[in-house]
Ligand binder design. Sequence first.
Ligand code: IMP
Length: 200
Amino acid sequence: MVATHNPGKLAEMRELLAPHGVEAISAGDLGLGEPEETGDSFRANAAIKAIAAAKAADLPAFADDSGLVVDALDGAPGIYSARWAGDNKDFTAAMTRIERLLQERGAAAPDRRSAHFVSALCVAWPDGHIEEVEARADGTLVWPPRGTAGFGYDPMFLPDGHTRTFGEMTSVEKHGLPPLGLGLSHRARAFVKLAEICLD
Ligand code: IMP
């Protein structure tokens, strides 16, 4: 089971789990509530979500806690990435807020606009044991946002070594998994690590 209520993430996690023969249903589909993310790190919040879902459903549960870390903003929005979009999940507003803060800090030049996505993954078994991995994808923030694919902050994020933002890539390109590569997105890279530990 995938302990998420975020449809964009659920779709990606299904794609990433399918090659391992793992079928996923979401915490939302099972009618489970969303635990409060009270941790102070991506890793801690992933564990809170996975452990709560595994206990509630008596099934192994995956959770991802992820977000965008902007260097010139001292790491914001970080673990608050979802919250910056507000209750109506307005990522245009969240990206506009990042851009305004970058401009206020004089971070207009590309070399001041570095950022990375982080994905912390946790698998929790009903018996209470857990596995945890974390990975990142490095890039630069562009303005205006480009592309309509993906979700969240994808249209603003240009991964290093690429000319198109995550918002301009298909999900297959965004994951960058074999045979295309060894993992491009933070979530795909974390899944590669997790697969080594416990999926195959
Ligand atoms: P949470 O992990 O559910 O607390 O939320 C993480 C938030 O980070 C998401 O709602 C997105 O805003 C953002 N985020 C995480 N991964 C991605 C991604 O792959 N693309 C774009 N935004 C992302």
